[in-house]
Design a protein around this ligand. Structure first.
Ligand code: MEV
Length: 331
């Protein structure tokens, strides 16, 4: 039996635009998904998931047939969750050249599902690491990132960047531009505050919506390029440790995402609550549609303001996690 864990993330800048080759800067946070994998003596896959912001579900299946867990979340999210685990198991079998290996998989996650904190990437990254190690193969963080990217790419119908999976595999703050992925060194302390509306967005649908807008209107395509400009300016502010400018650029980035139609009333309300308190800036994080915002605030003001904001279900501070995927037990 092997237990591996991998972190979730927030986007300091650049979600959506990164799908079209613009740069993005996601940062790993100290909220993790833990995946336990034990090889079975048949070729079946048994998945047990607790605390995915779902009520906990168990699915047992082999090959193509699968039962759907009986839980109260959109079916597309459950299908996606199962699709991710299934594809992660396939990657582990492929890496170990053991096409018939079966697994008992248990997932525990502190990262809400579909909320913009990279839950699926963390589960896939930790799952591939635990699965391959259980079969006696050790992959580097970069190899795991590459295989996890292939999973997200397939499950999201070809509409995924390398940002979530690379960030979860290597940890810390990273820069993604197309295939070029690397860690950003000497990042200043970033006082992240998260607001969570308890909801979720459908990444595939939201990405497809932006693509359609961009294909129809030149000004939407210009908005995507403008996000790229914000990211490049944001990288300079990050290197200079200028938190004031970072906050201002986060506000700008949120405005552009809103223009692309991926924000929501509750995300906007949380962004405004954070801005009207002492936060240096605030934006949605991830695909949008619902889920989380990230604000930059050294004081407790933004958290207090968010805790009184109707529509904000939970607020917490998130520390940058410099560890990527790691083994917790076994191997
Ligand atoms: C989703 O967490 C981030 C998006 O940019 C999609 C992707 O990069 O794959 C919306």
């Amino acid at each position: 039996m092997v237990v591996s864990s991998a972190p979730g993330k927030v986007y300091l800048f650049g979600e959506h635009a990164v799908v079209y080759g613009e740069p993005a800067v996601p940062c790993a946070i100290e909220r993790r998904a833990r995946v336990t994998v034990e090889e079975r003596d048949d070729d079946a896959l048994r998945v047990q998931a607790t605390d995915l912001s779902l009520d906990g579900f168990t699915v047992e299946y082999s090959g193509e047939s699968s039962d759907r867990p009986d839980i109260d979340v959109p079916e597309s999210l459950v299908d996606a969750a199962i699709g991710y685990v299934d594809a992660a198991a396939a990657q582990a079998r492929d890496a170990a050249d053991r096409p018939d290996a079966g697994f008992d998989i248990t997932i525990e996650s502190e990262i809400p599902l579909g909320a913009g904190l990279g839950s699926s990437a963390a589960v896939v990254v930790a799952g591939i690491d635990a699965g391959t190690r259980e079969l006696g193969v050790e992959l580097s963080a970069r190899e795991i990132a590459e295989r996890a990217y292939r999973v997200e790419h397939d499950v999201q119908d070809g509409q995924a960047s390398r940002a979530d999976t690379f960030c979860s595999a290597v940890g810390g703050a990273v820069r993604i531009e197309g295939d070029d992925c690397h860690a950003i060194r000497d990042v200043p302390n970033l006082p992240f505050v998260i607001g969570y509306d308890g909801g979720a967005g459908d990444t595939g649908e939201l990405v497809a919506g932006v693509r359609a807008l961009k294909d129809e209107y030149d000004f939407a395509a210009d908005t995507v390029s403008a996000i790229g400009d914000v990211v490049r300016q944001g990288e300079r502010a990050l290197q200079a440790g200028d938190l004031e400018e970072l906050g201002q650029l986060m506000d700008f980035n949120h405005g552009l995402l809103e223009a692309l139609g991926v924000s929501s009333r509750s995300l906007d309300e949380m962004v405004w609550a954070a801005r009207e308190s002492d936060a240096l800036g605030a934006k949605l994080t991830g695909a949008g549609g619902g889920g989380c915002i990230v604000a930059l605030d050294e004081s407790e003001e933004a958290r207090t303001a968010l805790s009184y904001t109707p529509g904000c279900e939970e607020t917490f501070r998130a520390e940058l996690d410099t560890d990527g995927v790691r083994v917790e037990e076994g191997a």
